[in-house]
Design a protein around this ligand. Structure first.
Ligand SMILES: [Zn+2]
Length: 449
């Protein structure tokens, strides 16, 4: 016999299930997943999002391409938080790799001094641009023990082999290699060779095999390992820092589009074969490359536009608005004319935030709120969101001129602008942004250049 208590318990359980379903539906964000090559519904699990974004290799930071990547993820984080999710954000520093060792030698300094100098430089640019600091900011060299654990396990499981004091991942041992980048096997080697692979390394079984532990070369820094002194390979650093910070799986893994292959492809191969899980990141997000003067902005071409060059002439808001006007997945080209146009738009936005309204009826801004949220829900369409904000700015100014009450509209307008990282009439970055980065800065004492 069903008692009143049973019935009410059943009704309560039914409500909880229905409410949870509804919760899932109302989060409503879609993100493009590089791995599935499709827009996917993104629902935070337990309202917490574990986000890892590959950080800088500290020797040529911070050009506008770097800024575009970290500002895009900043908008993502701010929007997720606006929607009620909690974000745990990890960004790493690749402080030891071929590039930092080579550059340090070229500049007559050590990899550590070089790394601290440019990491601090990068952090100051991020503070200036009002980019929310990561909660975790590990250095590859703080993670050597975990990297060695990874390598040992991958050897034990038959995915890696030791050869002449180095350890390599054997690509042929993992049949799903290529699942992220979708590059045909025959084309992989050419792409890998452009991005740090040494196909002629005689210690490798296959030219596509990638290094997990690199035996010490003459004059190079080294750490002790079961295979002798050496240093970690680039890809294993991110797998190990991710695992140390978040455990076997994460929600979103991000980085520039040039990291899809081989870096992120190799990360998946290492991590899933170490953890035994069937996936590593639920969503892989990649930011498009920024061009300048007809070429991809890159150190080798010498066409870098540095954030520190722009900051004396442009406000952080003008740079943030300019970046937000480009969809994170669409390649674009930097021009000073376009940046100048953003300066004018920023003035307009600030005027709207400050326009003194009257005591007439309150202005309705709900249509703008809905359009703004829909835009960011749709694979973080910041350019559309910027358009909505600019339109709303015009409407606020008109309504204020007509002596209507624009107070509530301005409160939401400022909130929406802050999702794009804009400060409007406030001076300098948000206090928590400065404080968070400065905490990380303490671990990178600058002793030389
Ligand atoms: Zn990485």
């Amino acid at each position: 016999m069903l008692t009143a208590t049973d019935a009410s318990i059943r009704f309560f359980i039914f409500c909880v299930i229905e409410l949870n379903k509804y919760d899932d539906i109302i989060f409503g964000m879609k993100l493009y997943n590089t791995q599935s090559r499709a827009l996917e519904n993104f629902e935070p699990q337990a309202q917490t999002v574990r986000l890892y974004v590959c950080g800088v290799t500290p020797y040529d930071t911070t050009h506008l391409g770097h800024a575009a990547t970290y500002c895009a993820f900043d908008v993502l984080i701010r929007f997720l938080e606006y929607k009620g999710a909690q974000v745990r954000y990890c960004q790493n520093v690749t402080d030891i790799d071929d590039d930092t060792i080579r550059e340090a030698a070229k500049r007559g300094t050590t990899w550590k001094e070089l790394g601290n100098f440019w990491t601090a430089h990068f952090m100051r640019d991020m503070i200036a641009l009002n980019v929310r600091p990561p909660d975790y900011y590990p250095r590859a060299t703080d993670t050597i023990a975990e990297i060695i654990e990874f390598d040992k396990t991958l050897i034990e499981k038959g995915f890696a082999y030791e050869s002449g004091g180095s350890v390599y991942f054997h690509v042929d041992a993992y049949k799903n290699f290529g699942q992220l980048s979708h590059i045909p096997r025959a084309d992989m080697l050419a792409v890998a060779n452009e991005r740090g692979n040494f196909p002629d390394d005689p210690k490798k079984r296959d030219p596509l095999d990638f290094v997990l532990w690199q035996a010490q070369a003459q004059g190079e820094p080294a750490w002790a390992s079961p295979w002798g002194p050496g240093r970690p390979g680039w890809h294993i650093e991110c797998s190990a820092m991710n695992y140390k910070t978040f455990g076997p799986t994460i929600d979103i893994h991000g980085g520039g589009a040039d990291l899809v292959f081989p870096h992120h492809e190799c990360e998946i191969a290492q991590t899933v074969n170490f953890t035994g899980e069937d996936y590593f990141a639920r969503i892989w997000m990649h930011t498009a490359m920024v061009g300048y003067e007809g070429e991809k902005m890159s150190k080798s071409l010498g066409n870098l536009v540095m954030v520190s060059q722009l900051l004396p002439k442009y406000t952080p808001d003008a740079i943030r608005l300019y970046l937000a006007k480009h969809h994170y997945r669409v390649p674009w080209e930097f021009t000073y004319d376009d940046l100048d146009a953003s300066v004018v738009q920023c003035t307009h936005l600030t005027q709207a935030a400050q326009a003194p309204g009257g005591d007439g009826r309150p202005m309705d801004y709900s249509y703008a709120q809905e359009k703004f949220e829909n835009a960011l829900d749709n694979d973080l369409d910041a350019p559309t969101a910027v358009g909505v904000l600019c339109e709303l700015a015009g409407a606020i100014i008109e309504h204020a001129d007509a002596r209507l009450d624009v107070g509530a509209a301005q409160v939401w307008f400022r909130r929406a602008a802050s999702i794009l990282g804009l400060r409007l009439d406030a001076f300098g970055p948000e206090a928590h942004v400065r404080a968070g980065w400065e905490q990380h800065l303490n671990r990178f004492p600058v002793t030389g250049a």
